[in-house]
Design a protein around this ligand. Sequence first.
Ligand code: THU
Length: 133
Amino acid sequence: MNEIEQLINIALENKKNSYSPYSHFRVSCAVKTGTGSIYKGVNIENAAYSPCICAERSAMSAAISAGEIEFTHIVINGDSHDTFPCGVCRQFIREFADKNTQIVIANAVDDYRIFTIDELLPHSFSNEDLKEI
Ligand code: THU
């Protein structure tokens, strides 16, 4: 089993922890950092709706809070076929991903596609823009 398949298995297994009593749409994310550590996250909903956090930001926040800001893999599995990150998550990912970060849209261990952040969020605004002022 390659490292991507291993991460997909972790994401699939972790989807049971999704807290999604309002949408009933479960999303799970497993990320691997530059040091090789793995962090997991799920979507966490809220009765007030807007405080909801997506699985991607949940997993990456766990890593960042542990001092890890380099990501080699961001693996996403949701309850729909090909669950892609929402627009907010794409911008969040943009902050920490580079061209080598593999964003994996996973349906199953043998059914996944890999994207870069430039493919998912072309012409993005980033810290590169702020360097110009
Ligand atoms: N959701 C995610 O966790 N990640 C995405 O990329 C898409 C949407 C969650 C948010 C909400 O809890 C549920 O899926 C339905 O939108």
